[in-house]
Design a protein around this ligand. Structure first.
Ligand code: ADP
Ligand code: GLC
Length: 486
């Protein structure tokens, strides 16, 4: 039996992306299609999304969606069904999906994503779906979609609540708001409870979704275990632990169509594991692009949000060490202004050795994976992480902190793994200067051992982190919740 699933997310490639959530929400429909599940993606109508929906049909209208006029548009995203909530007053704004151009969150984010959740719950129950009627299941992603499940549970427009999955892409963002907003949510009083939307005296959108979900997933098995602990659960560890076996980890995949060095149009020279020599042309191009000295020493890259989560505050501290050992760094990212400042200072100290690009540039991120020798991912916590997976696919050896999805996807080049020919990268424990610097020393020593380095690259490129197994895992979960067979 074909399953109809409403996948509710605040971003999805190729229409709108600020991070890995967009990659995953964008990839899920294709990942689930072979398993008889048709995913319809539900997105807010930001300018970038509406711009791509020129010929979209209006399939439903609301005259009072939490006080707003709203319409539902139907279209396609990468050939898969797409529904978009158009509320100009809430979503047609310049800036990011969550805040203004300076990065300050919109004050009315609670209203924006409550309206989004209310609409998603209505759509899941069949609004605008004609004869197809209600969906079989709701799959909500992160706090922005969390309220969908609260509306589905406490205020279904008709009928009984639908089965629901809540996926946590990042526990650090919980959509926590003052208790006063509760009145504006249009929920019955019963929802104001510990097992409802109440969270530490306020309203928690992620918490609300987790409470109402039949199953909770996060994006790697290690992170699923970590969020039971206060250090990673960020206040919701008790809830997670209490849900027991309803919580599981399904590792993200990568889109091999987008991220394949053999066919990547962004690269100066495409290559495969058999033609690794082709990387040299990409490395030369990258050196030129970042105004770096030309040499055959190790070229490290970073493609990241520049935040504490990503360990980017420690990066500037290890750069003197990295450069002292003959390394160079090309960095692309944006975020914390203090970190940006420190990185600029390091680049001034080491002209020709460090190149910094502040901003967001998808094509450049591909060129960096194709020309860099190693990618640094020193995250303090990492639900899954995608850039290390892209690094593996591109022979750009990941150097990662042992946490979450980074721990699950990279095999450290320790003595045993090297002897077995199994290593795919370098791991270190704890994001401290000492541990990170030691990992950089180990990487540079490994790089100098050409046959071993090549073996590590080839091993990484042979890893299969495509969506196959994870698509099957989500499909099995959907089937178990709906009691259906493939
Ligand atoms: P997170 O979602 O926590 O930021 P992930 O590793 O899961 O981390 O996903 C980040 C995604 O965003 C990857 O696809 C990465 O290539 C991309 N990315 C991050 N920063 C930039 C940037 N400055 N320019 C281009 N792509 C970026
Ligand atoms: C979040 C996490 C990241 C994960 C991504 C996609 O942004 O920080 O680790 O890969 O979501 O699931």
């Amino acid at each position: 039996m074909t399953l109809r699933v409403l996948s509710v997310a605040s971003e999805a490639v190729p229409l709108v992306k600020t991070g890995g959530l967009a990659d995953v929400a964008g990839a899920l429909p294709a990942a689930l299609a072979p398993h008889g599940a048709v995913l319809t993606t539900f997105l807010p109508g930001y300018p970038a999304v509406l711009g791509a929906m020129k010929r979209a049909k209006t399939v439903h209208q609301w005259s009072d969606l939490l006080g707003e006029d709203a319409r539902l548009l139907a279209g396609k995203i990468a050939g898969h069904p797409l529904l978009v909530l158009d509320v100009p007053h809430l979503f047609q704004r310049d800036g990011t999906p969550y805040g203004d151009a300076r990065g300050k969150d919109w004050e009315d984010n609670w209203r924006r994503f409550a309206a989004f959740g209310r609409a998603a719950a209505d759509v899941a129950e069949g609004a605008g779906q004609g004869k197809a009627g209600a969906f079989d299941l709701i799959h909500a992603h992160d706090w922005q979609a969390g309220m969908t499940l609260a509306y589905n549970r406490f205020a279904p427009a008709s009928g009984a609540p639908l089965p629901a999955v809540m996926t946590i892409h990042n526990m650090a963002f919980q959509g926590y708001f003052d208790a006063r907003i509760f009145r504006g949510l249009g929920l019955p009083r019963a929802a104001w409870a510990m097992d409802g939307v109440e969270s530490y005296g306020g309203v928690g959108f992620l918490k609300a979704g987790l409470q109402a979900a039949d199953a909770i997933t996060t994006v790697s098995p290690s992170y699923a275990a970590e969020i039971r602990l206060p250090e990673f659960g960020m206040g919701l560890e008790g809830l997670i632990a209490s849900r027991g076996s309803a919580v599981s980890g399904v590792l993200n995949g990568i889109d091999n169509g987008e991220w394949n060095p053999a066919t990547d149009a962004a690269l100066a020279r495409p290559y495969t594991a058999k033609t690794l020599g082709g990387r040299k042309a990409n490395k030369r191009a990258l050196e030129a692009e970042f105004a770096l000295d030309r040499d055959d020493g190790p070229l490290f890259i970073v493609v990241s949000r520049l935040t504490w989560q990503k360990g980017m505050d420690v990066l500037p501290e290890v750069l003197d060490h990295l450069i002292g050992l003959g390394g160079r760094l090309a960095l692309l990212g944006s975020g914390d202004k203090a970190i940006e400042h420190e990185l600029h200072r390091a680049a001034l100290r080491h002209r020709g050795r460090i190149g910094i690009r502040i901003g967001y540039d998808e094509a450049l991120s591909h060129r960096m994976q194709g020309g860099g020798d190693a990618i640094l991912v020193p995250s303090r916590f990492e639900p899954c992480g995608l850039t290390q997976l892209y690094g593996l696919a591109y022979g750009c050896v990941p150097v990662v902190a042992r946490t979450g999805g980074l721990a699950d996807t990279v095999i450290d080049a320790n003595v045993a793994a090297l002897a077995q020919g199994a290593a795919t990268g370098v791991q270190f424990v704890g994001v401290s200067y000492c541990a990170f610097a030691e990992a950089i020393s180990r990487t540079i020593a490994l790089y100098a051992d050409k046959p071993r380095w090549k073996q590590v690259q080839v091993n990484g490129m042979a890893c299969d982190f495509s969506w196959g197994p994870s698509g099957a895992a989500y499909a099995a979960l959907y089937r178990s919740l709906t009691g259906t067979r493939p």
